[in-house]
Design a protein around this ligand. Structure first.
Ligand code: SAH
Length: 451
């Protein structure tokens, strides 16, 4: 990478001090085509060193504005693009318009029977590395990159102003967490003051944000404390509705933002297939698929998970819905075990519907081939527990495994058992979890029926 020459004078020219980059021709066309990442190796010239979260302006070969984004000197994703093509000032109004666009995109998707869903889905909604989930009147903001750290005060304040939640929890992915949240750290009495002049790093940059922190609390009453996860017994987890089913989520400590909101539509499919069947929900987490199966008049549901906390949450969620027609007659059991081992053995256990929704089996590219083999093996092992006419629902949330690779692995794993099956459907992303570029496409599902 070379030091940058001065851009030729133009109306769009940035003021001195602004971080300016030029990138390779190939990267230019990728960015122009709407891809939101500029990788470190694509940066050709840079006028000075930049700080994490600083705005970086990218100029094209003609020294015209190409894009502006959030800079990260330590990440292979050097710039996360915010705006491409037309120069715009990234100020409070710009952020507000971005948030409005994400909210508008979801208008009409859900009625009052669904109060838990995703409001902002990262890059695909124009907010790189940031998600915002609604759990009834609680919002959970999760950031996956340090570029947001310096802007959190501004963004939190903006979200509270626009969406008026009762409270808001901040979650930070493990790679960017600061010191652990100490017990009893007081919530802020109200929205944080707006911060940050246009284009500058706001003063919030120095604040020590912590994972699980209550960053906004409107009403009096106990906020969820760091130890208030339902599984820990103290305090109140957050309740919400998904298609009329009652759930609780541990928004302070739970995986992702506390619940797997991305599986709603697959769960609805399971509900429609479950009548009269014994259902195994492998990798059950808090029992999402099981509750739908039970409402769909399954004969029984078995939650299988390695985590005792997850199984306890699943049991509580089941109890919360006992008055649902159909649920009262559905038997429920929880099995704490390694699902890979359990499925390999326990051949005596038969089911008519099995859901496989493991955690990501390929967290990095190097794990891709192993993950593909594991998906095939899991599918084959599960089929061995299915009786005649049984249904397998296999899901993958590994972004590194493509749709074709995953579907191929499941089909082959099933074929290896020698049993005949038909494909009922394949599924992709939920409408509140849009994926606008390849790397964002992680979720896929395939439904097979034995004949
Ligand atoms: N299907 C769930 C989400 C699954 S998340 C839903 O609809 O909400 C993945 C789950 O797999 C987590 O609960 C985790 O505890 C569990 N898990 C991870 N490794 C496991 C293993 N080897 N055996 C069983 N469960 C496992």
């Amino acid at each position: 990478m070379q030091p940058m020459r001065e851009a030729k004078p133009s109306p769009n020219r940035a003021r001195p001090g602004r971080l300016r980059l030029r990138i390779t021709a190939a990267a230019e066309s990728i960015v122009r085509g709407g891809h939101p990442w500029v990788f470190a190796e694509s940066v050709r010239e840079q006028n000075r060193q930049g700080a994490a979260g600083e705005l970086a302006v990218i100029y094209d070969r003609k020294d015209e504005f190409l894009a502006v984004g959030l800079f990260d000197p330590d990440s292979p994703i050097r710039v996360r693009v915010l705006q491409v093509g037309k120069p715009q000032t990234i100020d409070a109004n710009w952020w507000r318009a971005r948030l409005d666009a994400a909210v508008r995109r979801r208008h009409g998707l859900f009625d009052q029977r669904t109060t838990g869903y995703r409001l902002v889905n990262g890059e695909s909604d124009g907010w790189p590395g940031l998600v915002l989930d609604r759990y009834d009147t609680t919002l959970v903001l999760k950031v996956y990159t340090v570029v947001w750290r310096a802007r959190l005060a501004e963004i939190i304040s903006l979200i509270c102003e626009q969406l008026k939640p009762e409270r808001m929890i901040l979650r930070m992915s493990r790679n960017i967490q600061g010191p652990a949240l100490s017990k009893g750290s007081p919530p802020h009495p109200g929205p944080l003051p707006p911060a940050g002049a246009e284009g500058e790093l706001p003063p919030g940059g120095t604040r020590n944000w912590r994972d699980g922190e209550v960053v906004f609390q409107k009403c009096a009453g106990p906020p969820p404390s760091p130890n208030s996860g339902a599984a820990r017994g103290a305090g109140a987890p957050v309740g919400f509705l998904e298609t009329g089913l009652r759930f609780e989520a541990d928004v302070v400590r739970g995986q992702k933002t506390g619940f797997f909101l991305d599986q709603r539509e697959n769960r609805q499919c399971v509900e429609s297939l479950a009548a009269g069947r014994r259902v195994l929900n492998a990798f059950s987490f808090s029992g999402g698929f099981s509750l739908y199966a039970a409402r769909g008049r399954a004969k029984s549901v078995t939650d299988l998970d390695l985590s005792a906390h997850a199984l306890a949450a699943a049991e509580r969620n089941f109890k919360l819905n006992e008055d649902e027609p159909g649920m009262a007659r559905c038997l429920r059991e929880g099995v704490q075990a390694d699902a890979f081992e359990w499925l390999e053995g326990h051949r005596e256990r038969r089911f008519e519907l099995i859901v496989l929704d493991p955690p990501s089996l390929a967290r990095r590219e190097a794990e891709r081939a192993g993950a593909i083999r594991a998906y095939g093996k899991l599918a084959g092992d599960a089929l061995n527990h299915l009786s005649h006419d049984g249904i397998l629902v296999a899901c993958s949330c590994s972004a590194h495994v493509s749709v074709e690779e995953f579907f191929g692995a499941v089909r082959q794993g099933a074929a290896r058992t020698g049993r005949k099956f038909a494909e009922l459907r394949t599924t992709r992303h939920a409408p509140d979890h849009p994926a606008t570029f390849k790397e964002a496409e992680y979720l896929k599902g395939i439904f097979l029926k034995l004949s």
